[in-house]
Design a protein around this ligand. Structure first.
Ligand code: ADP
Ligand code: ZN
Ligand code: ZN
Length: 822
């Protein structure tokens, strides 16, 4: 019976692909194994086996053979494959897209397998013709890529290579076979021949004339703790360390190595740093409120798989999480703890580390790919981490015994992946993940998303509330300042109202700290010619450029392109280019101007590019080395500082005026969260909220800490206009180089969709930024009632796309879907 495998390939094509499995691999390969297969005539890919079966594929095409099997045991678990399939179905992308996002690239072999001739090989038996042909090709060029070699020797196949490999005639370059390489270190030690008093004395004497070599050897002996009588090295020493500590050059070291006095050797070292932090399982006892919440959560899980914990900022949600995780550990279960961004991981790592020590593993975007591979493998091993703290993509990690997923700050939009596909929401994926493991999910936040709160209202989720801060600290006092009025009365100090200015002054005098929130980075969001109104825009995107003073350049925040600042207006020639609006860089300058002694730090995308920069900014502020922290929405996310007395929201209007049905929800969340950073210990904090829209209800909801009012308002509005959660939104994006193609395709798409979905189709429209990366974009919006199952909608859309494709109406454009867009 021939054996076949259906394989997932990292391609944006629907479905899986069938290959024949050579008999020699039949037992080895299982669901979840990685295999190398050929796709098309040239390309090789690492695929994941979705299914092994004996059904000969129907159809009129050639079934290729699996080229190679990479793993002795599967690298992807059945539950993960099930999750991938769910994501592909729900978010309308290919399972290949999910695979690409899920697996660290170090586990996806590049098609760069090198075959090398073994020059000392002597055949013991006559070779087959195919084998000889392949060797002949290698005699001409002894190191070749697999594809190239097979092309040069058309009669031979992967089996020929395998046979030659077994004979020892060739070798396959293992280092290049996978882009993941274990990390190794070169170490040095004294060679065995010189490990005695007599030989050492002799060599040191002969080296007298080579003073530097003698000195280096003595240093080595010292650092590796070689002692009489056996002169065995008692400490390991890396080559780099020896050079650094001795101050000698490589040349000096090399001559000792060449003489055989020093030997080098390599050792593999892991990249995952297990903390040596002293770890006690001592937990802070929960307060009465927290204990009640803990019990309610546990109780709600008897009835619901998902529980929403709505607890005001600083109510101690994290403490409750820690106790829940602890209980999972006691029962022998793993926990996945999701945080919205790397931004949060450092403080959270410290807190969880104190409670769980070496049982905690961390996974985030600033980790190298190799570190991700190691974590992945560790989670499959016999000693996986029991608690994983990670960002969005950690929902893709393997788990052996997952009991609980916690989604902290569940309202955060960073949980939704925008580009590329899969455009998934980690909150939804997390609840699926938990359910596949028969585990529970906890969503925690001070400002729930309208969707989650709605699910709690409908009894789909359990709901637990914590309305008091830990140790009765009061919620911050929020004052609204009308900056329109302040400006008219000339009471502004640059961007600061008198109230904010005075509050900052007093706080600094009292040794307290300040956070300023400005949701725009750079110096000036816009440059404008005062004479003719010309504004510099990106060549590739329809957006104006932001001026960055540090670099003295203009930057496109969509594609990252950088431009020089024009000396004069290219439109009218005038020299009066002025800077409009204020970004974080500018606010920093203004603080410096009004408070020259303030020690200022800025937290935004520009200051946190490196792995350590973010941590340093946070730690400096935490430990009081800086006293004013200016930031974008990065500072709104659950940070916990002791000494922040004043929070200034510089300008609420840029958020409020954003044209999106979520903008009030989002503004409320941002402002409430930023405000929540104030006065977390002891004294009540002050928040000054500057706006030109003092009459908007949402402003009053923020001031009154009234989430329920926000929810009531917003949910009424969403119901009226059929927005989520009252309908499911699907956006279709059509992109292409040529605008006419894009328009034609989107109109064809819309009219076809109307026959199926009638009034539920809106558009096509040009989105707010209608050109990005030199691609024109049109957007079609589909609003469907949630009762209209995802599968049916997907079927209609793919049918439409197929039929239009066959009529050549979708030429030269690409179409993709964004389900539940943010
Ligand atoms: P949230 O996550 O709800 O914003 P946190 O868990 O960060 O709140 O708690 C706010 C502060 O109060 C933290 O500094 C935390 O250490 C402290 N805290 C909360 N609960 C306790 C507790 N049970 N014992 C000791 N300290 C606590
Ligand atoms: Zn001009
Ligand atoms: Zn651009």
């Amino acid at each position: 019976m021939p054996c076949f495998v259906d394989v997932i390939l990292p391609l944006p094509l629907p479905g899986s692909f069938t290959y024949r499995l050579p008999i020699s691999y039949e037992t080895e390969v299982q669901t979840g194994s990685r295999v190398v297969v050929q796709f098309g005539t040239k390309r090789y890919y690492t695929g994941i086996v979705l299914r092994k079966h004996e059904e000969t594929p129907q159809g009129d095409y050639e079934i290729k053979e699996v080229t190679e099997v990479l793993d002795a045991s599967p690298i992807v678990q059945p539950a993960q494959l099930k999750l991938w399939q769910w994501i592909a179905d729900y978010y309308m992308c290919s399972i290949g897209d999910v695979y690409k996002a899920a697996l660290p690239s170090g586990l996806k072999m590049e098609s760069e397998t090198l075959v090398e001739l073994n020059p000392t090989f002597i055949a013991e038996a006559p070779l087959k013709e195919k084998e000889q042909a392949l060797l002949d090709a290698l005699y001409i060029n002894p190191k070749q890529r697999v594809q190239q070699l097979l092309k040069n020797t058309p009669k031979s196949g992967m089996h020929t290579i395998k046979a030659l490999l077994d004979m020892g005639a060739i070798t396959v370059d293992e280092a290049l076979r996978q882009s993941y390489k274990p990390k190794s270190e070169v170490r040095v030690r004294i060679a065995p021949d010189y490990r005695s008093e007599a030989t050492l004395t002799e060599v040191l004497t002969t080296l007298r004339r080579a003073g530097k070599q003698q000195e280096l050897l003595l240093k080595l002996i010292d650092l590796t703790q070689c002692e009489a009588p056996d002169y065995m090295p008692r400490r390991e020493l890396s080559r780099t360390q020896l050079l650094k500590e001795s101050g000698m050059t490589t040349a000096v070291l090399n001559s000792l190595i060449n003489k055989g006095i020093i030997e080098i050797y390599t050792v593999e070292i892991g990249r995952l740093t297990d903390s040596n932090v002293h770890h006690s399982t001592h937990l802070s006892p929960l307060s009465e409120h927290q204990q009640r919440a803990y019990e309610e959560i546990t109780k709600s899980w008897e009835k619901h798989d998902v529980c929403l914990l709505h607890g005001v900022t600083s109510s101690g949600k994290t403490e409750v999480y820690i106790h829940l995780i602890h209980e999972q550990l006691r029962q022998g279960h793993q926990t996945l703890f999701l945080v919205p961004e790397i931004a949060l991981t450092q403080q959270m790592t410290e807190r969880l580390r104190r409670a769980f020590g070496p049982r905690l593993g961390v996974y985030h975007s600033k980790f190298s790919d190799a570190e991700r591979v190691e974590l992945w493998k560790r989670q499959l091993s016999d000693t996986p981490y029991d608690v994983i703290l990670g960002v969005r993509s950690s929902v893709f990690l393997p788990f052996q015994n997952l009991g609980l997923v916690i989604v902290d700050e569940e309202h955060e939009t960073t949980y939704k992946q925008q580009d590329p596909a899969p455009r998934y929401h980690a909150r939804s994926v997390a609840t699926m993940l938990a359910s596949y493991h028969h585990g529970k999910t906890l969503l925690g936040t001070a400002t729930p998303s309208i969707e989650s709160y709605y699910n709690a209202q409908c009894d789909k989720y359990g709901l637990v509330q914590m309305s008091e801060r830990y140790s009765q600290v009061q919620l911050p006092h929020i004052v609204v300042v009308d900056i329109k009025d302040e400006q008219r009365r000339k009471r502004m100090y640059g961007p600061f109202s008198t109230l904010l200015h005075d509050a900052m002054r007093d706080a600094l005098n009292e040794g307290k700290q300040i956070i300023l929130f400005q949701n725009r980075r750079g110096y000036a969001p816009m440059l404008e010619c005062s004479a003719c109104g010309w504004v510099p825009k990106c060549d590739r995107c329809d957006v104006s450029l932001t001026y960055h003073r540090n670099m003295h350049q203009l930057v496109c925040h969509y594609c990252g392109n950088v431009y020089n600042v024009p000396i004069k207006c290219p439109s009218c020639g005038s020299h009066t280019l002025s800077k409009r609006g204020m970004g974080t860089e500018r606010i920093e300058e203004e603080v410096q101007h009004y408070f020259p002694t303030a020690r200022i730090a800025r937290l935004d995308l520009d200051t946190t590019r490196s792995k350590t920069a973010y941590d340093k900014i946070i730690t400096d502020f935490q430990e009081g080395r800086t006293n004013v922290l200016i930031g974008t929405q990065m500072i709104s996310k659950g940070l916990d500082f002791d000494n922040v007395h004043v929070v200034g929201i510089m300008n609420a209007d840029t958020m409020l005026n954003f044209p999106d049905f979520r903008s009030y929800e989002r503004s409320f969340q941002l402002m409430a969260q930023v405000a929540g950073r104030a006065g977390r210990r002891g004294q009540q904090g002050h928040v000054i909220l500057q706006t030109r829209n003092i009459d908007l209800p949402v402003i009053h909801q923020v001031v009154a800490h009234d989430y329920n009012a926000l929810y009531t308002d917003q949910s009424a509005e969403r119901q009226l206009f059929s927005y989520p959660p009252y309908s499911r939104l699907i956006y279709l994006y059509i992109k292409g180089r040529d605008e006419a193609d894009v328009i034609r395709a989107s109109e064809a798409m819309v009219s076809a969709m109307r026959t199926c979905f009638a009034h539920r189709v809106l558009g096509p429209e040009a989105p707010a930024v209608a050109r990005v990366h030199a691609l024109h974009i049109r957007k079609i919006m589909l609003k469907v009632e949630p009762s209209l199952g995802v599968a049916r909608v997907r079927k209609c859309l793919t049918d439409i796309q197929q039929s239009l494709n066959s009529q050549d109406l979708l030429q030269k454009v690409m179409i993709y879907y964004d389900v539940d867009p943010y």
